[in-house]
Design a binder for this molecule. Structure first.
Ligand code: NAD
Length: 508
C-alpha cells in the first residue's frame, strides 16, 4: 500500500542511508488512525556508523571559527522559516496537533532557538574569561566542545525538541546523533536535509530511528560524550543511570504535575484564560502544563463559570483547518492511558466532573448538524477536554502526570497552604501565579519549587528563557545563556610568569 510519506531511514554522512535497517514500524496519523509512513529501525551496526560519522566530523567542525558555524546555522534557521507551513503540515499529520498551532509555534520556536544560539556563538558567547591574580600571574578559561552528543526526543514537540537540542549542540562545536520518538519520526530526516542544504558538513547532524532499544544503545555507547534527553521521568531515570556509569554529561527534560495558583485578588477572567492554556493547548500534551489549578474556595463557583464559558471556544475538528484549536492525542497507547485516568477520576477518585469525561468530543459525536468531519476521524485518538473539580491532593488524577486535556481544580483556604500543597509533589517542572498584587506574586514565586515559573501568563517559552525542571522533573536546562553552557566543558589555566607563585621546592 502506498503511504502519504516516503519511508524514513537513518541519516548520516550527509545523506539518507536506506540500507541501515532490517525491520520497520509505522508512523500513524492520530486524527484518523491511518499509517503515514514506514520507519526503518536503525541497526546497531548503522548506529555505530552514524556515531563514527559524527566522530569523524567533530575535529573540523569544533575547530571552525564560531562565526562560520553561526553563519551556517543562521542559514538553516532561514530555510526552516521559508518552509514553515510545509514542516507544520508534517508535524500536524504526525502528532495530530492542529495546523493553527504547528504553523505558529512548533517550527517558529525551533527556528528562533537556532538563530538565538547561532547569534550567541557568533557574538562571542563561547569566549572564556581572564582573571589577573597578581602582576605576574593570571588565570584564563576556555569553553570546549564535548564531542559526539546524543539527542533523544519525546513525541509532543518533535521538530522543536530536535532544534532545542541540536541548535546549542552544533553552535558550540559538537556533533550530534539524534533519535526522534518512534511515534513522531517524520520531521527528523527533513531537518537533517535542511541542515545539509544550509551547509552543515556531513556527519555533524545525524539521525537514527527506533524506540527504546535504539535509545538505550545510543545512550550506552562508549563514544557518546553527552545525552540530552526529553521524556518521562521513569525513562529519564534509566537514561541518566546508564549515562552515569561512564560519567557522561546529561540534560534531563522530564515530566511534571505543575501547579497554577489563582490568588484571591486575581482577575478571574485572565486567570481562567491562563488555566485554559495550561491544560488544553496541544490537547494537554505539554510538559509544563499547570494541571493542578489551586483556587480560593470562596472563588470556586465564579472561576468554574468563567472556565465553562471559555470551554465553548475549544474547537475540535479537521486538524488542517486553521479554525481548529483542539486535536486528538498522539497515539493509541496514550489515548488508552488518558481515558483510563479520566475513568479513574470518575470511578475511584470520585472527583466532581465539571465537564468532559469519557468518549470523543462533541464534534465527533454530532453527526446531524456538523458534516465537516470525515468518517475516518471516528477512528482517531480523540478525547474530550475534561475538568474535574473539588479535587484533593490524594487523588491519583491530582498526583500523576496524565499528559492529556485533564484539569484538576483544587480549592484552598490560605495562600500559604496552597503553596505548601503545590510543592508537595516529587516533580517540580513549572508553576505559576495569577494576581494583581505583584509584590505577592514575587513572594509566592520565590517559595515555589519549580524551575520554570510564570506570573499572570502560562506556557510561553522563548529562546532567551532557560527552562529545566527541579526535583524529579530534570537535570540542567535548555535555552537562554545557560542553555549553551550545557554543551561545553570548561578548562581553567593558571599562567605563572615568575614570581611569588613559583615552586616551594625552589625556595628550599
Ligand atoms: P518517553 O520517556 O516514553 O520517551 C522519550 C524518548 O525516549 C523516546 O524517543 C523513546 O524512544 C526513548 N526511550 C525509551 N526508552 C528508552 C531507554 N531505555 N533508553 C533511551 N531512550 C529511551 O516519553 P514520551 O512519552 O515520548 O514523552 C512524554 C514525556 O515527555 C512526558 O512525561 C513529558 O512531560 C515529557 N516532556 C518533557 C519536556 C521538558 O522539557 N521537560 C518536554 C516535552 C516532553
Amino acid at each position: 500500500m502506498s503511504l502519504p510519506y516516503a519511508p524514513r531511514f537513518a541519516y548520516y554522512d550527509g545523506k539518507t542511508q536506506s540500507s541501515s535497517s532490517t525491520s520497520s514500524f509505522q508512523s500513524i496519523n492520530p486524527a484518523t488512525a491511518t499509517p503515514l509512513a514506514n520507519i526503518h529501525t536503525t541497526t546497531h551496526g548503522a548506529i555505530d556508523s552514524a556515531i563514527a560519522s559524527a566522530q569523524q566530523a567533530f575535529p573540523a567542525w569544533s575547530s571552525r571559527p564560531a562565526i562560520e558555524r553561526a553563519r551556517i546555522l543562521q542559514k538553516a534557521a532561514a530555510l526552516l522559516r521559508a518552509r514553515n507551513d510545509e514542516l507544520a503540515r508534517i508535524e500536524t499529520d504526525d502528532t495530530g496537533k492542529p495546523f493553527s498551532e504547528t504553523s505558529t509555534v512548533d517550527v517558529v520556536t525551533g527556528a528562533d532557538v537556532l538563530e538565538y544560539f547561532a547569534n550567541m556563538v557568533g557574538g562571542g558567547g563561547l569566549n572564556g574569561e581572564t582573571v589577573q591574580l597578581r602582576p605576574n600571574a593570571w588565570v584564563y578559561t576556555t569553553k570546549n566542545a564535548l564531542g559526539v552528543c546524543a539527542g533523544i526526543g519525546a513525541w509532543n514537540y518533535p521538530i522543536q525538541i530536535a532544534l532545542w537540542k541540536s541548535a546549542p549542540c552544533l553552535a558550540a562545536g559538537n556533533t550530534m546523533v539524534y533519535k526522534p520518538s518512534e511515534f513522531t519520526s517524520l520531521h527528523s530526516t527533513v531537518l537533517a536535509e535542511i541542515y545539509t542544504e544550509a551547509g552543515v558538513p556531513p556527519g555533524v547532524f545525524n539521525v537514527v530511528q527506533g524506540g527504546a532499544a535504539v535509545g538505550a544503545y545510543l545512550t550506552q555507547h562508549a563514544s557518546i560524550a553527552k545525552v540530552s534527553f526529553t521524556g518521562q521521568v521513569s525513562t529519564g531515570q534509566k537514561v541518566a543511570g546508564s549515562a552515569a556509569s561512564a560519567m557522561k554529561y546529561v540534560t534531563m527534560e522530564l515530566g511534571g504535575k505543575s501547579a497554577c495558583i489563582i490568588l484571591p485578588d486575581a482577575d478571574l477572567d485572565a486567570a481562567a484564560d491562563g488555566a485554559m492554556m495550561a491544560n488544553f493547548f496541544s490537547t494537554g500534551q505539554v510538559c509544563t502544563n499547570g494541571t493542578r489549578v489551586f483556587v480560593p474556595a470562596a472563588l470556586q463557583p465564579a472561576f468554574e463559570q468563567a472556565l465553562l464559558a471559555k470551554m465553548q471556544h475549544i474547537r475540535a475538528g479537521d486538524v488542517h483547518d486553521p479554525r481548529t484549536n483542539f486535536g486528538p492525542l498522539v497515539s493509541k497507547p496514550h489515548f488508552d492511558k488518558v481515558q483510563a485516568y479520566i475513568a479513574h477520576g470518575i470511578q475511584h477518585d470520585k472527583a466532581t466532573l465539571l465537564c468532559g469525561g469519557l468518549g470523543p468530543p462533541a464534534w465527533l459525536r454530532d453527526t446531524t448538524t456538523d458534516s465537516t468531519h470525515p468518517a475516518a476521524y471516528k477512528n482517531g485518538y480523540w478525547v474530550r477536554p475534561t475538568i474535574f473539580t473539588n479535587c484533593t491532593d490524594a487523588m491519583l488524577i491530582a498526583r500523576d502526570e496524565i499528559f492529556g486535556p485533564v484539569m484538576c481544580i483544587l480549592p484552598y483556604d490560605t495562600i500559604s497552604s496552597a503553596v505548601q500543597r503545590a510543592n508537595a509533589s516529587p516533580m517540580g517542572l513549572a508553576a505559576g501565579v495569577f494576581t494583581k498584587d505583584l509584590n505577592r506574586a514575587h513572594q509566592v514565586i520565590a517559595r515555589l519549587e519549580a524551575g520554570i515559573t510564570w506570573v499572570n501568563t502560562w506556557g510561553e517559552s522563548p529562546a532567551e528563557m532557560s527552562v529545566g525542571g527541579w526535583k524529579m522533573s530534570g537535570v540542567g536546562v535548555e535555552n537562554g545563556r545557560r542553555g549553551l553552557e550545557a554543551w561545553v566543558r570548561g578548562k581553567s589555566t593558571l599562567v605563572e610568569m615568575g614570581g611569588e607563585g613559583g615552586s616551594v621546592f625552589a625556595k628550599l
